[in-house]
Design a protein around this ligand. Structure first.
Ligand SMILES: Nc1ncnc2c1ncn2[C@@H]1O[C@H](COP(=O)(O)OP(=O)(O)OP(=O)(O)O)[C@@H](O)[C@H]1O
Length: 258
């Protein structure tokens, strides 16, 4: 298998308690992977370990078969782009400048962006519906608009792997579907590996090739949505009773809490 991210025997703790335990995952290149799990189960911590913001206490993470801790910052930024749950930007940058910052891995220290960089940023903004916001200050747009701007910045990095932490949490239903459709299109047409955490189990099932279900820092199961979204798995991990529905001709199960 051609593997984009290979995690071997990873454990991680912030203080004394292990937040991630014995994590073994292989994410195939070009796949769309959804990470599910209750609040505090370790989803964000896992994403931060994958992109080298946090260092594992044990085990290792290979990106394109190279240990992530040995990949230089700018090199890693050409491979992985991350959209965090919250993103503080202190200065009054324009939305366009923030998106253009996504080109930093491709520029040397004092080099400014050229025509090609500006074109790439514009294209990313058009595809995320943020081009109209370009002259506004980044601190004067709504939470949902900001979320789309941060996705545009990540696309401007032209990554091989796109990591998104709750990318649709502030979005209305139209933009939720719009952003997930866009990620799927990038995934299918450009073979970008997409890894995202989501709280919406049904949307995660609908878009993902594989789901990872985390439970108290451990992997309960990683498999296709059909195999992960079972009454047993959901009630064990979330402690709720659910019904499973399937629409005609649709393989993906739908979860309805009882
Ligand atoms: N910076 C930190 N220092 C100490 N503990 C932390 C820190 N960040 C998270 N934790 C703890 O680690 C555990 C996992 O947190 P994490 O944010 O990874 O969970 P999550 O699954 O992403 O949760 P959510 O769905 O609420 O976003 C939680 O118990 C949390 O309290």
């Amino acid at each position: 298998m051609n593997t984009a991210v290979h995690i071997e025997k990873l454990t991680f703790k912030y203080d004394t308690d292990e937040v991630l335990k014995d994590i073994d995952i292989e994410i195939p290149k070009g796949s769309f992977v959804g990470i599910l799990g209750p609040n505090g189960s370790g989803k964000t911590t896992l994403l931060k370990n994958i992109c080298n913001i946090l260092k594992p206490d044990n085990g290792k993470i290979l990106i394109n078969n190279k240990n992530v801790s040995n990949i230089k910052y700018k090199e890693l930024a050409k491979i992985i782009a991350v959209v965090h749950q919250t993103s503080e930007i202190q200065f009054q940058f324009s939305v366009f400048d923030v998106v253009l910052m996504g080109r930093f891995p491709y520029l040397s220290r004092f080099q400014s962006e050229g025509k090609k960089d500006i074109e790439i940023a514009k294209e990313a903004m058009l595809s995320t519906g943020t081009w109209e916001l370009r002259d506004k200050s980044i601190n004067e747009i709504s939470g949902g608009e900001r979320q789309r701007v941060m996705i545009a910045r990540a696309l401007t990095q032209q990554p091989q792997i796109l990591i998104l932490d709750e990318p649709i949490s502030h979005l209305d239903i139209k933009y939720q579907i719009g952003i997930l459709d866009l990620c799927k299109k990038l995934n299918v047409e450009n073979q970008i590996t997409v890894i995202m955490t989501l709280h919406d189990i049904n949307l995660a099932g609908r878009y993902s090739d594989y789901l990872i279900l985390l439970d108290k820092g451990r992997i309960k199961v990683m498999d296709t949505p059909e195999k992960v979204l079972t009454q047993e798995n959901i009630s064990n991990v979330y402690d709720i009773e659910v019904d499973i529905l399937k629409r005609n001709g649709d393989k993906t199960p739908y979860i309805i809490p009882i």
